[in-house]
Design a binder for this molecule. Structure first.
Ligand code: FMN
Ligand code: COI
Length: 338
């Protein structure tokens, strides 16, 4: 475990630590994500006169200072009283994008008020009218894209949470963005009957870019492009849904080939070092998302802890790019990964 994760663990209620750290089943996929990155080796290019680096990247009209986004993760107030608003403040300072979870514990309006660029994550809701309500609210708050998580037709079996009896937020906390028109908080719905027609209905109800999160098969990536989706996140939900699912960096190359440059492909799961980001970029990802390390930063140090995590990723990526002979993320090529 990293020193930061140790500090987070010491700061957290052990039940909440298990919720944040854990995965589904035997946690094979959770481990596989990091292991798959650890197996990759970078093949540097030399004497390329790299000079000053420019890490900035554009996604759907937003300029990010680096190709690193904050992944949607639930329940930030359980990690630190500053909650999602605290995380967003750090994201604004680092000039990147925060994907706000549908299971956020603070109102999306307060989160966007920090000035951070925000995308809103949606579990596809079986009640269309309620989903439209949530989407309109996110739009009105200034969210710039919708991230639709498609790897959760049912909720994953998290054995640590079962052992701990953790199945809901404690009293005093709610999923603030699950309120309906009457202000009542709904349960997040998981629905195994939903198909591509759900994406069509969502498409018809919003002008925001739609990004599908949780795609691992190249045939689904192709279908997503055909169905008018604007971006993909190659993800296995940080090993919290299908235990035994392929590691994300192993799935990435086939998806990049299937998409063939038509829409941006992002990836998350097990990104822990600047070298991991460089590998993902070289294999064709436009950017990566970071899940647990952000929570560890928040738990250990509040908003400034999140800022430290983001800046450490920036610093490491810049260093790796220089050593690998790349001035920009797009200079890295697939032949530089062994
Ligand atoms: C505590 C926790 C909560 C999460 N909550 C959500 C969520 O609400 N919606 C979602 O799409 N993904 C959720 N995820 C998955 C993350 O968005 C992301 O895919 C994953 O954490 C990336 O892996 P990493 O933690 O190894 O970086 C969650 C992950 C964690 C660890
Ligand atoms: C509590 C859930 C809605 C979020 C979560 O834990 C997850 O998506 O992994």
């Amino acid at each position: 475990m990293t020193a930061l994760a140790e500090r987070a663990r010491a700061a957290l209620d052990p039940v909440h630590w298990d919720f944040f750290a854990g995965g589904a089943g035997e946690e094979r996929t959770l481990r596989a994500n990091e292991e798959a990155f650890s197996r990759r080796r970078i093949v540097p290019r030399v004497l390329r006169g790299v000079g000053d680096r420019d890490l900035s990247t554009e996604l759907f009209g937003t300029r990010l200072s680096m190709p690193v986004l904050v992944a949607p993760t639930a329940f930030h107030r359980l990690a630190h009283p500053a909650g999602e608003v605290g995380t967003a403040g750090a994201v604004a300072a680092s000039d990147t994008v925060m994907v706000v979870s549908m299971a956020a514990t603070q109102p999306v309006e307060d989160i966007t008020a920090t000035g951070a660029a925000v995308w809103f994550q949606l579990y596809p809701q079986p009640d269309d009218e309620f989903q439209r309500h949530v989407v309109k609210r996110a739009e009105a708050a200034g969210c710039r894209a919708l991230v639709v998580t498609v790897d959760s037709p049912v909720f994953g079996r998290r054995e640590r949470d079962r052992r701990n009896g953790f199945d809901d937020l404690p009293d005093g906390y709610t999923c603030e963005n699950m309120r309906d028109g009457e202000g009542r908080v709904r349960e997040i719905g998981f629905d195994p009957t939903l198909g591509w027609e759900h994406v069509h209905r969502l498409r018809a109800s919003t002008g925001l870019p739609i990004v599908l999160k949780g795609v691992l098969h190249p045939a689904d990536a192709r279908l997503a492009v055909e169905h008018g989706v604007d971006g993909l996140i190659v993800s296995n939900h940080g090993g919290r849904q299908l235990d035994g699912a392929i590691a994300t960096v192993d799935a990435l190359p086939a998806i990049v080939r299937a998409v063939d440059g038509r829409i941006p492909v992002l990836v998350d799961g097990g990104v822990r070092r600047g070298a991991d980001i460089a590998v993902a970029l070289a294999l064709g990802a436009t950017a990566v998302l970071i899940g647990r390390p952000i929570i560890w930063g928040l738990a250990a140090g509040g908003p400034s802890g999140v800022r430290d995590v983001l800046e450490a990723f920036r610093d490491e990526l810049d260093h790796v790019l220089t050593l690998a002979g790349a001035a920009r993320p797009s200079d890295l090529t697939a032949d530089q990964v062994a």
